[in-house]
Write a protein that binds this ligand. Structure first.
Ligand code: ADP
Ligand code: MG
Length: 282
């Protein structure tokens, strides 16, 4: 097989209803979560529908990565109140592996290095776990290798990275491309990319942005956590949310991101009024 499309275009398990644009994929209601005694998320509500691209912005320490890790099921965080539903199912009941297999993907802000585990093998095992969950046949080593090489072209990654240990010695930009490669192979329904743009030079940013755009479908949704307007110049978000102190303080459209770029986050703290590009939270 020579193209990614010939292997799989299915994004749902045969036993699940097909997804339509506009279907509610992820619904977070009044989520509180933290580590030990300290509360980090203090009532996050967010709804993400198929076909939407959301941007999540906010100062360092406002809780963006914590929110993404709680969605992915990171064991360091305890949910103390509120709910997360994924396609109507209680996501909090699923293990991190089940979440990943059922189509929730998190591209980490700081991708981990796994010395001794080949990148090719890691990608093959995770891709096959997801395929199995979708009721698709597993790919053997040779078929997968063709598939992964085709997919690497999307992020302009050298196939030599397949032979290396996962992320070991990869530069910041290479790690981020490897995250996008994983995303492309897993074909998630909800992709959360935590500052995938930070630390990238202009060329790498363009490659990552093109990869994200190319992979977004009317039946999938993307949550981009970013500080920078430059990513949002390449990928126009439908909604922009601003997080502060563990809550989403504002929701608007792309103009809100532009206003933040020009006026900084202080302006958000100082004004309560509806302003640039702001829309009521759904
Ligand atoms: P952001 O991604 O918006 O920069 P984070 O979610 O990383 O913010 O962090 C929010 C706050 O929670 C910070 O004060 C951070 O120190 C704290 N925090 C996050 N993860 C942990 C953890 N595992 N243990 C203790 N504190 C944490
Ligand atoms: Mg973060």
């Amino acid at each position: 097989m020579t193209s990614t499309e010939t292997i799989s275009t299915e994004t749902t398990s045969p036993c699940e209803a097909p997804i339509q644009t506009g279907d509610l994929l992820l619904s977070i209601e009044d989520l509180h979560a933290g580590v030990g005694e300290s509360e980090i998320l203090r009532g996050v509500s967010l709804q993400i529908r198929a076909g939407e691209i959301h941007a999540l912005m906010g100062r360092n320490g406002s809780g963006k990565s914590t929110l993404s890790k709680v969605i992915a099921g990171h064991p360091a965080y305890t949910v103390t109140a509120g709910t997360i539903h994924y396609r109507g199912q209680n996501l909090l009941e699923l293990s991190p592996e089940e979440r990943a297999c059922s189509g929730v993907f998190l591209g980490f802000q700081y991708p981990v290095e796994i010395p001794g585990v080949s990148n090719l093998e890691f990608l093959r095992v995770s891709c096959n776990a997801r395929r199995q969950h979708q009721g698709q046949e597993e790919l053997d080593t040779f078929t997968f290798e063709d598939h992964v090489r085709d997919t690497m072209a999307i992020v302009q990654m050298d196939p030599a990275f397949l032979e290396r240990s996962v992320n070991e010695g990869f530069s910041g930009g290479e790690k981020k491309r490897n995250e996008i490669l994983q995303m492309a192979l897993l074909e998630p329904l909800v992709a959360i990319l935590d500052e995938t743009d930070s630390g990238l030079d202009i060329d790498a940013l363009r490659i990552v942005a093109n990869g994200v755009k190319r992979l977004a479908r009317p039946t999938t949704a993307t949550l981009l956590i970013t500080h920078y307007q430059r990513l949002l110049d390449a990928i126009t978000p439908d909604f922009v949310h601003v997080m502060a102190e563990g809550r989403i303080l504002r929701t608007g459209n792309k103009d809100l991101a532009m206003a933040l770029e020009q006026r900084g986050y202080d302006w958000i703290d100082e004004t309560d009024e509806t302003d640039e590009g702001e829309t009521p939270q759904p």
